[in-house]
Design a protein around this ligand. Sequence first.
Ligand code: SF4
Length: 227
Amino acid sequence: MDLDALNLDLEARSARERLAWAVETYGDRLLFTSSFGPGSGVLLHLWSEVADRLPVYFIDTGFLFEQTLAYRETLTAKLGLRVEVLEPALEKGRFLERYGLTLYRDDPDRCCAINKVEPLQAALPGKEAWVSGLRRDQSKSRSETPIVLATDGPLKVHPLADWNARDVYRYLELHHVPEHPLFEQGYVSVGCAPCTRAVMPGEDERSGRWAGSEKTECGLHTFLKAK
Ligand code: SF4
């Protein structure tokens, strides 16, 4: 596959066309994950229109905000989604017994590896491509995100790579898709509750994640190596 040519071609297409290309090319060998966070409604809405009830995978780490779980229920009903929930091998209580109360702070990479990456890996066999909602404008570490990226695992597909926050909120409004309940309180990116705070004016979208630590990117988006 000529990735450069494919990226050039996909850059000229709309997000819907990019997603449709991925669905047509990979069918049930395509994995789609959503955090059901702020802005997730765009890809979920597009997915509901082009993916013919292929599943949406959602990782429930056990540390999520109850508002995220409620938002998942709202969008699942509104968009007619088929959601597959992935969970860590150790439920929250046993995890805290084994690793202590503060692994998220003391070693967030390990915490993410156990609670996010391992559950996701269980869904990877047989998948050749993986769609997620990364955008270049979200943070410095995402500023070079291509539409498609070859990795040592599945091909990563980012249909919204060139969208900005304004595009997202316009789309949600136009299609009457509700936003995450915490968005209005300044949570423009939402992950696990212990590792998320509201964003201050002037900060980038993901600066409320793992604030005060050196970690800037979710383990889900670093465990595969780009080729
Ligand atoms: S986001 Fe925080 S609580 Fe959630 S898995 Fe990663 S380190 Fe643990």
